[in-house]
Design a protein around this ligand. Structure first.
Ligand code: MN
Ligand code: MN
Length: 317
């Protein structure tokens, strides 16, 4: 049974807000294809804090989204059942109990047979999601859009930070480096060879300037080849997008991608076997006109469109 969002013709969009795309608020993901959850944790940020307000900002502006994806020719609510679980019970300032809450929440969604879609929060939260996903699927493939590789060993001498989740995920065997790809890295660095670190760890990294040289279609081909048919986790740090389009974030880097390019990249991943998705680092206090939050809502919508397409084709696993 699909759950239709309330029609804006009978209930105005600004009424009864609080869930993603005005989906039904649910307490369980049982019987659903996907479940939205927030992880409003931002105290592993190295610069600006405030992404704890990301999930609510994305949910609020997501009332603008309609169910039809014209480009993909799919209605995401037809045949696709989803709900919004609200936020995981994170503990501000305390990363380990937060990780335990996120891991348990994502594990429950997976156990209930739905695909978890988590709204951050800073990027540290992804490690906890990957812990749950790897318990269900083994080491997964990873597609990581970001202006930073988040592969630091430590930040301020600490192992758990929004700059370290993928180093920890590799160490914990949660992701299979031979099927991992990081895209969009740019900006000034302390270590001139930082972009080589991914390769040394067995992953693939395509920095922003290389994406510009190769073009989006060649990039999508490289991603598809890298991931193959493996169960794959998609993690999207909103700072992949240029701060001209996504100013509301904690560690912006100029020279990035347009909102259109970001949407195009998600649209190009229709054949990937996804097992989880998160959208992180939206920081409403630095946003203008809700453009960052609205882009984030649209990126989630494009991801949902992939699931809807796969369900329509009978390939949703
Ligand atoms: Mn990141
Ligand atoms: Mn980043």
């Amino acid at each position: 049974m699909s759950q239709q969002p309330a029609s804006a013709l009978t209930s105005p969009r600004f009424c009864n807000m609080g869930t993603f795309m005005r989906l039904q608020r649910v307490n369980s993901a049982k019987g659903l294809d996907f479940a939205i959850a927030g992880a409003p944790f931002d105290t592993a940020s190295s610069f600006r804090t405030g992404s704890r307000f990301g999930p609510s900002a994305i949910r609020n502006i997501s009332c603008m989204m309609k169910p039809n994806n014209v480009i993909q020719q799919v209605n995401i609510m037809e045949g696709l059942a989803g709900g919004d679980l609200g936020d995981f019970p994170i503990v501000p300032g305390y990363i380990h109990p937060t990780y335990a809450a996120i891991e348990a929440g994502v594990a429950q969604i997976l156990q209930d047979g739905a695909l978890p879609i988590v709204l951050g929060g800073d990027h540290s939260i992804t490690l906890a999601e990957l812990r749950a996903v790897a318990k269900a699927y083994g080491p997964v493939a990873l597609i990581h859009f970001d202006s930073h590789s988040d592969l630091c060993d430590t930040v301020f001498g600490e192992k758990y930070n929004h700059g370290t989740p993928f180093r920890r995920a590799l160490e914990e065997g949660l992701i299979d480096p031979s099927h991992c790809i990081q895209v969009g890295m740019r900006g000034s660095l302390y270590d001139p060879d930082e972009h080589k670190m991914a390769t040394q760890l067995g992953m693939e990294l395509i920095p922003a300037h290389k994406v510009r040289q190769m073009g989006l279609q060649a990039l999508l081909q490289a991603i598809r080849e890298r991931v193959g048919d493996r169960p794959c986790f998609l993690t999207f740090d909103i700072d992949f997008v240029d701060p001209a389009y996504a100013p509301g974030t904690g560690t912006p880097e100029v020279g990035g991608f347009t909102s259109y390019e970001a949407l195009e990249l998600i649209r190009g991943l229709t054949d990937v076997h996804f097992v989880g998705f998160d959208l992180v680092e939206v920081l409403p206090a630095y946003d203008h006109g809700e453009i960052t939050a609205y882009l984030a809502a649209n990126l989630v919508f494009e991801f949902l469109s992939i699931l809807a397409l796969q369900k329509k084709r009978g390939t949703l696993r």
